[in-house]
Design a protein around this ligand. Structure first.
Ligand code: FES
Ligand code: FES
Length: 158
């Protein structure tokens, strides 16, 4: 079937059958390989994207279920070719090591900071509880999201 959706602000039309996952559509049909496949079972969060603004595991979403909806991926958050402040904060704090989990964490953080610009550490940890990282021990990721919150507030105040 043909499905129509908006991906990173662009209207797209794709062929997808009931077996196609949103993750496959993004990576294979649209070439948006920033979204990663880890477990493929909804456990690791590497495939997190925003679907109509809500973080979802794209490995669990049949592509036809995204028909008519809006998807935001890691490729869609940069600003004019520059890193988004959340991406920059991950680099700065060492929240990126191998980087495989990073797009998923950043999409979860993006949704958190959009809705809650001043999260507590507990709220940060809760927002990323569906994302797994084998490298960082999580502390630097929490540091990154806290730093990003400060930077976004500074940016929005100017
Ligand atoms: S690949 Fe989707 S949750 Fe792990
Ligand atoms: S940085 Fe390697 S899995 Fe998170």
């Amino acid at each position: 079937m043909k499905i129509h959706l908006t991906v990173n602000g662009r209207a797209v039309e794709c062929e997808a059958d009931a077996e196609t996952r949103l993750l496959d559509l993004l990576r294979d049909s649209l070439g948006l390989t920033g979204t990663k496949e880890g477990c493929g079972e909804g456990e690791c969060g590497a495939c997190t994207v925003l679907l109509d603004g809500r973080p979802v595991n794209s490995c669990l979403i049949p592509a036809p279920a995204a028909d008519g909806k809006s998807v935001l991926t890691i490729e869609g958050i940069g600003e004019g070719g520059k890193l988004h402040p959340i991406q920059a904060a991950f680099v700065e704090t060492g929240g990126v090591q191998c980087g495989f989990c990073t797009p998923g964490f950043i999409m979860s953080a993006y949704a958190l900071l959009r809705d809650n610009p001043s999260p507590t550490d507990e709220e940060i940890r809760s927002a990323i509880e569906g994302n797994l990282c084998r490298c960082t021990g999580y502390e630097r990721i929490v540091d990154a999201i806290r730093l990003a919150a400060e930077r976004l507030k500074e940016r929005d105040a100017t």
